[in-house]
Design a binder for this molecule. Structure first.
Ligand SMILES: Cc1cc2nc3c(=O)[nH]c(=O)nc-3n(C[C@H](O)[C@H](O)[C@H](O)COP(=O)(O)O)c2cc1C
Length: 191
């Protein structure tokens, strides 16, 4: 596909089928992420790929966070339900790619730029998914930044789990969300 077509056709696909994409396709996504720009060559991004029962590692964290958020008066039944809801959340796609960020340690490194570089890596991944006919969505939310998440996926105090890319084959054709017009976001200053 033409680059501009891939860019425009990429949509966040939240609903995917249970069909498991071949591992080689997921490897292609990761390979494209590897080439993202990053300042001072810190390459702050790394990935954990979950599939099958491996997804329960994320589900367990979601579940424990759900349980922690319950009132102290919650019954065992309510805790079980909350935990299982977490497990289910991590089964929404056959593959989940955990996006980790570990900032460079040199004093000149700017944390915002480490986030920018990691976001570039995710965009590469999402565009490649579009090109390969896969459906993908970048998910985040508060659990992403929870201490349980950092511990489970070995992220340091300084680092971040920037989010999760859920990948499968599209089970929906999402509408294109309204996008601002260029005229509303660009100022040209000439001569
Ligand atoms: C940093 C980031 C975090 C996101 N987190 C979520 C999320 O937790 N849940 C979700 O449904 N979509 C999430 N999205 C996807 C956006 O909802 C989506 O990009 C937006 O609606 C525009 O739609 P499009 O991606 O199809 O252009 C996230 C996107 C970004 C860039």
């Amino acid at each position: 596909m033409e680059l501009m077509d891939v860019i425009k056709q990429r949509r966040s696909i939240g609903k995917v089928t249970e069909e498991v994409p071949k591992r080689e396709l997921i490897e292609k996504l990761l390979e494209s992420a590897r080439w993202a720009p990053n300042h001072y060559r810190t390459e702050p991004f790394s990935f954990v790929v979950l599939s099958g029962k491996g997804r329960d590692k994320l589900g367990d964290v979601y579940g424990r966070i759900n349980v922690e958020e319950l009132e102290s008066t919650a019954t065992d039944e309510e805790k079980k339900e909350a935990y299982e809801k977490g497990l289910k959340k991590a089964r929404r796609a056959p593959y989940i790619i955990i996006v980790r960020l570990e900032p460079g340690t040199a004093s000149k490194v700017v944390f915002a730029e480490e986030i920018a570089a990691t976001a570039c890596a995710v965009q590469n991944l999402l565009l490649t998914a579009t090109d390969l006919g896969l459906g993908a969505i970048w998910r985040s939310g508060q659990p992403s930044y929870h201490q349980f998440m950092k511990e489970a996926f070995q992220v340091s105090e300084e680092g971040l789990v920037l989010g999760f890319v859920y990948v499968g084959y599209p089970a929906q054709e999402p509408k294109t969300p309204p996008k601002k017009e260029l005229i509303d976001m660009v100022e040209w200053i000439e001569d």
